[in-house]
Design a binder for this molecule. Structure first.
Ligand SMILES: *Cc1c(COP(=O)(O)O)cnc(C)c1O
Length: 457
């Protein structure tokens, strides 16, 4: 098909939307390591996990073999309100960069939560509702996940209790109010509402909180309240499964025009958008049907893949969650307060960790001022105001495209544009005022947290 026929936006028809999620684990030779019970260090059973998570989600979490899970009709209908999401050919960006590369991005910011997180939020809320639960608890850092979950819960009539990292609660009052608009209750974490919150506050008075700490509180709230379960917006296998809708749509759209990407790039916090975007492409690579380069982009201030270790670690600060084997900086690691760009989690999805360890995926880290420079450049050229998280991928995509300009290679670059940055204007403001710096942890600092990893044989 000739180049000219590729439109600026490749949309799919409703009937072309995926009807099943793709489970990448089914095609992995080396499966991701199982979650372990923090007490016994034995793999978590479905029964144990069922105390924390919804039944159906536990099944999805533990299933390394079933390649496709049907998307229930109710979820497909909800998806139709904001999906399919556009796949954009970045003609303007290509022209501005004077690159022979062809650049595409899958834009997930076209819903009120402003990110891809709604794709999993609706699935998790749906299974909670189906199980007859009263509500769900969760944590949120920057607020996108909490917003997505409150939207999904209000749609289904479920109670939604969100523990929001205290510094975000204070710095992002608008996010908080969006959640409350959708009926969620939002508590700054650490709080005095939970035992683990009280303990953390006693040990670290005045702490502004962390994701790991908010997770502990949300889990405690769920397991001590009848009719509640805990839900998580990233990292877990089930979340990557739901997010495969991003990659499946992308693949269908590209296939329509016979386009094959050479490089696929995504930002990586807990790994859910990247895992979802690359899923069907990585599946082809694992089955030996095609080859692609995959690049995970993480912040230099929270570099779990590029500078972490592959080991079992706690998922939370309070150590109430199961242990996960992942590339991690240690569950006590908290990125510098100067870090404004999101992607602050200390660990990485077990699936992506295994793929990275097997050499199937690359990773790079980028400094936050470089990220915001790319964000602003992109906003001025392509019009979309990107989320700081998404802008990590933009940075890496631009760098790849510039390399193509130097070598003359006509590569096809695909990246995930996970969301919009309207609620991140304080970070943009810092950047514009020259107040943003690039804090990068030293080796000594990282070693200190590494020593605190649990010892598992
Ligand atoms: C949460 C979030 C991310 C990072 O989470 P992953 O699980 O790594 O995908 C990236 N971009 C946006 C806009 C987000 O809200």
């Amino acid at each position: 098909m000739s180049e000219k026929k590729i439109p600026y936006k490749i949309y799919l028809e409703e009937q072309e939307m995926p009807t099943a999620w793709y489970n990448l684990r089914a095609d992995m030779k080396n499966k991701p390591a199982p979650l372990l019970n923090p007490g016994t260090h034995q793999p978590m059973t479905a029964e144990e996990l069922g105390g924390v998570f919804c039944e159906e989600l536990v099944k999805q979490e533990l299933d390394n073999d079933t390649a496709y899970f049907d998307i229930p009709e109710d979820i497909r209908n909800f998806y139709k309100m904001y999906r399919p999401s556009p796949l954009v050919r970045a003609y303007c960006l290509e022209e501005k960069l004077k690159t022979p590369a062809k650049i595409y991005y899958k834009f997930e910011g076209n819903n009120t939560s402003g990110s891809h997180k709604l794709n999993s939020a609706i699935a998790q809320a749906y299974y909670a509702k189906k199980q007859g639960l009263k509500g769900v608890t969760t944590e949120t850092g920057a607020g996108q996940w909490g917003t997505a979950l409150s939207m999904a819960c209000s749609y289904l009539g479920l109670d939604c209790k969100v523990y929001m990292v205290k510094c975000s609660y204070e710095q992002k009052p608008f996010r908080r109010e969006v959640m409350r608009t959708y009926g969620a209750s939002v508590t700054p974490s650490p709080s005095m509402e939970t035992e683990v919150g009280k303990k953390i506050l006693a040990e670290h008075p005045g702490t502004t909180g962390s994701l790991g700490c908010a997770i502990s509180e949300a889990v405690e709230k769920a397991v001590t309240n009848e009719g509640y379960r805990y839900v998580l917006g990233s990292v877990l296998n089930q979340v990557l499964l739901h997010q495969s809708v991003i990659g499946l749509e992308t693949k269908t759209a590209l296939d329509k025009y016979g386009i094959k990407p050479d490089v696929i790039i995504g930002c990586a916090g807990g790994g859910s958008n990247l895992g979802g975007l690359i899923a069907p492409f990585m599946g082809e690579k694992l089955r030996g049907e095609a080859d692609y380069r995959f690049i995970a982009v993480e912040p230099a201030s929270c570099p779990s893949l590029t500078r972490g270790v592959y080991a079992y670690d706690f998922c939370d600060t309070g150590m109430v969650c199961p242990l996960a084997k992942m590339y991690t900086l240690g569950s006590d690691f908290i990125p510098s307060a100067n870090h404004a760009g999101g992607l602050r989690y200390h660990g990485m999805s077990s699936i992506l960790s295994q793929l990275y360890d097997d050499g199937l995926m690359e990773a790079v880290s980028v400094k936050q001022t470089d990220v915001f420079e790319a964000a602003e450049y992109f906003a001025r050229v392509e019009g979309i105001l990107p989320a700081p998280e998404s802008s990590h991928a933009i940075r890496a995509a631009i760098d790849e495209a510039v390399k193509c300009r130097e070598t003359g290679e006509e590569k096809t670059i695909l990246f995930g544009l996970t969301g919009t940055g309207y609620f991140d204007m304080v970070a943009y403001e810092k950047f514009h005022d020259g107040q943003m710096d690039d804090y990068i942890p030293t080796d000594e600092e990282l070693a200190k947290y590494r020593e605190m990893l649990p010892k598992i044989d």
